[in-house]
Design a protein around this ligand. Sequence first.
Ligand SMILES: [Zn+2]
Length: 129
Amino acid sequence: MDEKPESKVFIKRGEVVGKQVVEKRGYVIGTVKDLSFTITSEGVELAISVDSAGRELNIPWAEIQAIGDVVLLKSQYEKPTPAPTLVAPPAVPTPTPIGVGLEKICPYCEFKNPSDAKFCVRCGRRLPG
Ligand SMILES: [Zn+2]
């Protein structure tokens, strides 16, 4: 690690881990879980590993504006959205086809009831079939 940042601020891991990470607009996007390194052709790049609503984000050290009570970032980040729970679309009730021949005509009052009716809607008597 012979990387020499221009501003020589020495940060201890323990000073960063557990802090909230706040992006430019002031949204808390997560909590620092750990520090991580990326080895690139340019050298070693330091990043913070952020726990963002259960997802891990690696934010390059260069994105950090300041470290105080929280870790402030220079850029905007999306607020974490909890992993979408797969919600089955609401069951669409199959409309009862109402067509000629499908309805049950009450033998007592001749009211046209839906085909699945057991009792006449109008007179309440049991329908045949
Ligand atoms: Zn009836």
